[in-house]
Design a protein around this ligand. Structure first.
Ligand SMILES: [Zn+2]
Length: 325
């Protein structure tokens, strides 16, 4: 089934709300894209059909047929077994033991490879953004949750049970809020978009004043990361404080990771960093440097990714090319 002469591959980013596919050529240029809503509530079979439709739409966008595409690699949110191509557990999709590789291969007629979404984003950022190809790089993606990927000695590190890189569940404050995983005070429970929004909502309920209620109404319906940026730039104290705190927690997480793994580069991405890079990065860097042991952080770069939304599909394409060769 694998066509080693193919000149294109497809990378797919499977999220809780949308599916994004990108067709890439051999020089890793994206030549066609498509987006489809996930509609996870309709169940795995329906979602897998929608993924296939998204890939077909992306191929159509650049006037290709599916048989001209050599392979697909897809990043799924949750615990994934890359060997079997099964999604073991994905809470955002309400999936358990879904044979994503096998089912999608039936729809597409090409080899399909499955990886955890944060791992795939890290691979994408590593390959497309850093010409120096650093041997040791950590990717941290802050959105609805917090995902992470580790590239150690030039390779994606997966660990004993292939679950390594769960950076979002590093406990930062044992007295902190409950996390979706059951622990208290995980990085994700303190600094994800969900955590930031929860703090804002609680503060407003407690009577704190903020421009956000003027902008969006008293119940802050449709609050988005970009609204926080707007509010901070208009001098809003509440948004400023809560985003600063999230940046500090992120800095502590980065400092811990530098002490443990001593990477060359820590790269941050995801919707929160995209929207609030200017507000957060300097605090993240400063806090991380304070947490680093003497000499450990020397020369380590802590930067924001420029790939944004493209990280997942780019990483998928990188992985598909690697597996195809
Ligand atoms: Zn957790």
């Amino acid at each position: 089934m694998a066509d080693k002469t193919a000149e294109h591959v497809v990378g797919v980013d499977l999220g809780g709300t949308k599916i994004y596919a990108g067709i890439f050529d051999g020089s890793l240029e994206c030549v066609g894209t498509a987006r489809v809503s996930t509609k996870a509530s309709r169940g795995p079979d329906a979602v897998i059909e929608r993924i296939a439709r998204c890939v077909r739409d992306a191929a159509d966008d650049c006037d290709l047929n599916l048989d001209q595409i050599g392979a697909a690699a897809i990043g799924a949110p949750g615990a994934v077994d890359p060997e079997s191509g099964k999604v073991i557990f994905a809470p955002n999709l309400e999936w358990k033991d879904v044979a994503l590789k096998k089912e999608l291969e039936k729809h597409l007629g090409m080899p399909v490879f499955v990886e955890n979404d944060a791992n795939i984003c890290t691979v994408g950022v590593h390959e497309a953004e850093f010409k120096s190809k650093p041997k040791h790089l950590i990717g941290i993606f802050i959105g609805t949750g917090i995902g992470g990927g580790l590239i150690l000695n030039g390779e994606l590190y997966s660990g004993f049970n292939r679950t390594a890189g769960e950076i979002g569940h590093m406990v930062i404050d044992v007295d902190g809020p409950k996390c979706g995983c059951g622990n208290n005070g995980c990085f994700e429970a303190l600094a994800s978009r969900t955590a930031i929004f929860r703090r804002i909502h609680t503060a407003v309920k407690d009577g704190e004043k903020t421009i956000l209620t003027e902008m969006l109404g008293a119940d802050l319906e449709d609050l988005r990361s970009g609204d926080l940026r707007k509010a901070i730039r208009r001098g809003d104290k509440l948004a400023d404080r809560i985003v600063d705190e999230a940046a500090e927690y992120t800095g502590i997480a980065v400092g811990n990771l530098i002490n443990i793994l001593n990477p060359e580069i820590v790269v941050l991405g995801g919707g929160i960093i995209e929207a609030l890079e200017e507000e957060m990065m300097s605090i993240i860097v400063e806090t991380a440097r304070e947490c680093c042991l003497s000499g450990t952080g020397k020369g380590v770069e802590i930067v924001a990714s420029k790939l944004g939304d493209e990280a997942g599909i780019t990483g998928g394409a990188v992985l598909a090319w690697r597996r195809l060769k």
